[in-house]
Design a protein around this ligand. Structure first.
Ligand SMILES: NC(=O)c1ccc[n+]([C@@H]2O[C@H](COP(=O)([O-])OP(=O)(O)OC[C@H]3O[C@@H](n4cnc5c(N)ncnc54)[C@H](OP(=O)(O)O)[C@@H]3O)[C@@H](O)[C@H]2O)c1
Length: 226
């Protein structure tokens, strides 16, 4: 029995929570405004879901998803995440997050910033390059011919294994895209970001989502330029 904690329960956090509950996990949600503001989502998800503060969700999770605007990453509670595997969905958008000079200079990656903030946690980058609508729509049981693959990257092999096992259970295969420093290969602006799961020739916003296999994702990761 695994409980998944959520720091941020918006578009992408809420979608991962829906997939997790459908796969049999318990979830503890949190946001910036307080647990009472998550009542609608908790009611929708049913008895396997509850809401708490960010610290409570972090403490409750055997595995924790951080899914907030990157600009507030320093608000993510540190102590209750000590030693835990943390899946990082965050992306850097200057207009939303404010300028972060190290990222503008490409001298680090957004997931390395979160790892630095959470020194004893094991951060794995995941879910950042798929639109939440496509994430919900493309989940498939293991073995389905049209099951999609998602990239993960991280510095701890055990944590990447945990991340892959979670992905596999909620409807996706996992492709190991290297270390946190390699995470730029599927950050905003790269070929593997967003549009890949919308289909090359589809209107992104109208696309219902198009399954993506490992060779197609690997080709996009290989084509990334910094
Ligand atoms: N949207 C997508 O399809 C998508 C896909 C992949 C990755 N991402 C990335 O994933 C992250 C989340 O995106 P999103 O679209 O899910 O955003 P969103 O819908 O705006 O949700 C953000 C969540 O973070 C919470 N939050 C904000 N500030 C917080 C703080 N200081 N402490 C705790 N929680 C806080 C918000 O709570 P309140 O509502 O209470 O403020 C909300 O629950 C972003 O970095 C985004 O770039 C998004």
């Amino acid at each position: 029995m695994t409980t998944v904690g959520f720091i941020g329960s918006g578009h992408i956090g809420g979608t991962v929570a829906r997939l997790a509950v459908a796969a049999g996990y318990d979830v503890v949600l949190s946001n910036s405004r307080g647990p009472e503001t998550l009542k609608e989502l908790v009611d929708e998800l049913g008895p396997k879901a509850s809401a708490g503060t960010s610290a409570e969700a972090a403490a409750a999770g055997d595995l924790v998803i951080v899914s907030v605007p990157l600009g507030v990453y320093r608000d993510v509670p540190v102590e209750p995440l000590a030693g835990k595997t943390v899946l990082d969905t965050n992306n850097y958008y200057t207009q939303r997050d404010g300028a972060i000079p190290e990222l503008d200079a490409d001298s680090t990656t957004s997931s390395e910033l979160l790892q630095r903030h959470l020194p004893t946690s094991k951060v794995v980058k995941a879910f950042n390059n798929i639109y939440f609508v496509h994430l919900q729509a493309l989940a498939r049981p293991a073995g389905a011919a049209d099951r999609s693959v998602l990239a993960i990257s991280g510095d701890d092999a055990g944590a990447k294994g945990e991340a892959a096992a979670f992905l596999e259970r909620i409807g996706y295969d996992a492709l190991d895209a290297g270390t946190l420093a390699d995470g730029w290969r599927f950050q905003p602006g790269t070929p593997a970001y967003g549009g890949l799961y919308a289909g090359e020739n589809e209107n992104f916003w109208e696309s219902p989502g198009v399954p993506v296999g490992a060779s197609a994702l690997q080709a996009k990761l290989d084509a990334a330029q910094r």
